[in-house]
Design a protein around this ligand. Structure first.
Ligand SMILES: NC(=O)c1ccc[n+]([C@@H]2O[C@H](COP(=O)([O-])OP(=O)(O)OC[C@H]3O[C@@H](n4cnc5c(N)ncnc54)[C@H](OP(=O)(O)O)[C@@H]3O)[C@@H](O)[C@H]2O)c1
Length: 374
C-alpha cells in the first residue's frame, strides 16, 4: 500500500485539477479503504491513471494544434482572398516603432492590384519645412498615405519626411503610399515631370501619379503616365478634378491602363455620388480633397448641426465624424493639416462606426455645392 501512496496523491491532485467525475472519486475512496486490495486492482488503478494522463496530454496537444491550425487558416485566407468590399485592415509594419493611434488603418484594393490606405495626409499650402515635419509626425502616428503635387512645391519636404521615418525604423518604403500629380504647366513634357517628382521626393517609384486637372493635352500626359508604369516609375495612375461621366469617358476612350483613382473635391456639401456610382464598374476609387471644405471654410462643416449631434453621440469630434463618413461611404480621404494634434485626431477614426441611419443623415446634407471651380 505504501508504494501506492505517490500515485494516489497524484491521482487525487489530477482529479482535483481536472474535475473528474464523482463516480471515479467514489471508486478511489473505496480502493483506499480496502485493507488488502488485489494486485490487479492496483494495476488497474495505475493503468486508468496513465490512461487519463495520456488522454489529458492528448487533449492539450489537440487544442494547441487547433489553435495553430486556426491561425494558419486565418493567415492563408487573408493572403489569398480578395476582400468582398475591397476594403481591408492594413498589414502592420514589421519592426515599426509606432502603430496607428487607435484601431487599424484600412486599405482599399485598387484596380491596379495595389492596396491604398483609405485615409492619408494632405499637404497643400505647406512649405517644404512644415511638410517634412508633418509627414514625419503623420507616419510616426500610423499614417501610410501622403498626398502631394508638383504644384504644391513641397515634394522635397514629403521626401524628407518619408526618408527620416524610414531612417528611424518607423516605416519601410513599401509601407508608405506616396501620391503626386503632374501640374498643367508640365503637361507639355509629362515624362520629365515624372522624373522631376521622383528626384525631389528621393524615391525610385511613386505609388500613384495623377493628372492634376483636365487640360488640352491630357491624352499625352496620360500616355506619359502609362509609360511611367511600364518603366516601373509609377505603380498606379489616376486623374484629378474630373467630375462628370463624360470627362471620365473621354479618358477611358484612350486609356490602356485604367485610372485607379479620381481625386476630386468631395465633402458633406458636395457628394458627387453619381460619379462614384458610375466609376464603380471600373473599380475606380474616388479620393476626397477638401474633406473639411478647405482652409477658411472648415466651420461650415464642423458646426453643422447634424455633424455636431452625431459627434456628441460617439464622443468624437466633428472632423472625425466627417472622415469616418467618407471612409464608410467608400471614399479615400486626405485631410490636410500641419497641426500635430489634428493629424493625430484625424487618424483616430478606426475604432467606431456610424450607423446606417447616421450615414443616411449625412448623405442628406448634400447640396452639390463646391467651394472651388477648377
Ligand atoms: N487635386 C486637387 O486639385 C486638390 C485641391 C485641394 C487639395 N488637395 C489635396 O487634398 C488635401 C485636403 O485638402 P485641404 O488640406 O486643402 O483642405 P481640408 O483637409 O478640407 O481642410 C484643411 C483645414 O482643416 C484644418 N484641420 C485639419 N484637421 C483638423 C481637425 N481635426 N480639427 C480642426 N481643423 C482641422 C486644417 O488646419 P490645421 O493645419 O491647423 O490642422 C486646415 O485649415 C490637400 O492638403 C491636398 O493634399 C487636392
Amino acid at each position: 500500500m505504501r508504494t501506492l501512496q505517490p500515485w494516489k496523491s497524484l491521482k487525487l491532485s489530477l482529479k482535483a485539477r481536472f474535475n473528474l467525475e464523482n463516480s471515479c472519486k467514489m471508486k478511489t475512496l473505496h480502493f483506499e479503504n480496502k485493507d488488502k486490495p488485489f494486485l490487479w486492482e492496483k494495476n488497474m488503478s495505475c493503468l486508468k491513471m496513465w490512461k487519463r494522463l495520456l488522454l489529458f496530454l492528448l487533449a492539450i496537444l489537440m487544442m494547441t494544434g487547433c489553435a495553430f491550425g486556426t491561425k494558419a487558416a486565418d493567415k492563408s485566407q487573408s493572403k489569398s482572398d480578395t476582400p468582398k468590399s475591397n476594403v481591408t485592415a492594413t498589414k502592420e509594419t514589421k519592426g515599426a516603432s509606432q502603430k496607428p493611434a487607435e484601431g487599424k488603418l484600412m486599405t482599399v484594393k485598387l484596380n491596379s492590384g495595389y492596396d491604398m490606405p483609405v485615409l492619408g495626409l494632405g499637404t497643400w499650402t505647406q512649405n517644404n519645412t512644415t511638410t517634412a515635419e508633418s509627414v514625419y509626425f503623420a507616419l510616426k502616428n500610423g499614417y501610410r498615405l501622403i498626398d502631394t503635387a508638383r504644384y504644391y512645391g513641397n515634394e522635397k519636404g514629403v521626401g524628407e519626411g518619408v526618408k527620416r521615418a524610414i531612417a528611424d525604423g518607423i516605416v519601410k518604403r513599401g509601407d508608405v503610399f506616396v501620391t503626386s500629380k503632374i501640374m498643367p504647366g508640365n503637361y507639355n513634357n509629362a515624362a520629365a515631370a515624372i522624373d522631376a517628382s521622383l528626384k525631389d521626393l528621393q524615391l525610385d517609384y511613386l505609388d500613384l501619379m495623377q493628372i492634376h486637372q483636365p487640360g488640352s493635352n491630357d491624352k499625352a500626359v496620360y500616355q506619359a503616365m502609362e509609360q511611367g508604369v511600364k518603366d516601373g516609375k509609377l505603380r498606379s495612375i489616376g486623374i484629378s478634378n474630373y467630375y462628370t461621366k463624360q470627362q471620365v469617358d473621354e479618358v477611358l476612350s484612350y486609356a490602356k491602363i485604367m485610372p485607379a483613382v479620381i481625386q476630386n473635391e468631395n465633402h458633406i456639401y458636395y457628394q458627387n455620388t453619381a460619379l462614384q456610382n458610375y466609376v464603380k464598374q471600373y473599380g475606380i476609387v474616388i479620393e476626397c480633397w477638401y474633406p473639411f471644405g478647405g482652409r477658411g471654410n472648415t466651420r461650415d462643416s464642423f458646426e453643422n448641426k447634424t455633424i455636431v449631434e452625431i459627434a456628441k453621440a460617439h464622443e468624437k469630434t466633428p472632423a472625425q465624424i466627417i472622415l469616418r463618413w467618407q471612409i464608410q461611404a467608400g471614399y479615400v480621404t486626405i485631410p490636410g493639416s500641419a497641426n500635430p494634434q489634428h493629424i493625430a485626431e484625424n487618424i483616430a477614426v478606426f475604432d467606431f462606426a456610424l450607423s446606417a441611419d447616421e450615414m443616411q443623415k449625412i448623405a442628406g446634407l448634400n447640396q452639390q455645392r463646391r467651394y472651388e471651380n477648377w
